[in-house]
Design a protein. Structure first.
Length: 210
């Protein structure tokens, strides 16, 4: 059994991420007995250039925190420029997916920005779809709103391929306690962004981009 858990449209809301992590961990504990494999994905819109510090970090701030949260991959189309992607790719473990960069995960799954008509093994499209479906070995995930978590469980039959067993959408309960470790990562990202912003304003400096 494979469980795919995913988010989208975080738009640089760093304050949400420690609570999101707490709830993600609770979901994993709930389903750990009936799940052999996990994928944690973000379907795009992780940063908004009009939201601080997304603009300062050129879209990287939220992705750095998602990496610390154990995300396997994120759709960065429209979030990272090629130059910004190049700066980040060596700093994080999560796969950065866009139209030019698919990724293979765990030797069994292919993640793509857009899919062809048929795949040999499970291919997951990390661009949100109008509905949830898996056809011709291609899984398409429906859109969410910020603060929601999508969950899909799939099983593989030797003859019939992959099929959906269960799906759900979970709002993050307002009483969810922020995770202290991820809160520390958020503080670090903000401190780095403030430092870079300050250095930008000093004449004659070419600051290190966070």
């Amino acid at each position: 059994m494979l469980t795919v858990i995913y988010t989208m449209g975080l738009r640089g809301d760093l304050d949400l991420l420690p609570r999101l992590y707490t709830f993600l961990q609770a979901l994993r504990r709930t389903h750990q007995r009936d799940t052999e494999d996990w994928l944690l994905l973000d379907l795009g819109g992780s940063c908004d250039p009009d939201v601080w510090p997304c603009g300062i970090t050129e879209g990287r701030s939220t992705l750095i925190v998602l990496d610390a949260m154990g995300y396997d991959a994120a759709n960065v189309e429209g979030v990272l420029s090629q130059a910004s992607r190049d700066k980040l790719v060596g700093q994080v473990a999560l796969a950065l997916i866009d139209s030019a960069h698919p990724a293979a995960l765990k030797g069994r799954y292919t993640l793509v920005h857009e899919a062809a008509d048929k795949a040999n093994d499970l291919t997951i499209v990390v661009t949100p779809n109008n509905s949830l479906n898996v056809e011709q070995q291609i899984l398409r995930l429906p859109a969410l709103t910020r603060g929601e978590i999508g969950q899909v469980q799939l099983a593989q039959h030797p003859q019939d391929g992959w099929h959906i067993v269960e799906s759900a959408t979970h709002p993050i309960p307002p009483e969810t306690i922020p995770d202290s470790v991820i809160s520390g990562v958020v503080d670090y990202v903000r401190d780095e962004a403030r430092y870079y912003e300050k250095r930008q304003r000093e004449p004659g400096n070419t600051p290190r981009n966070p």
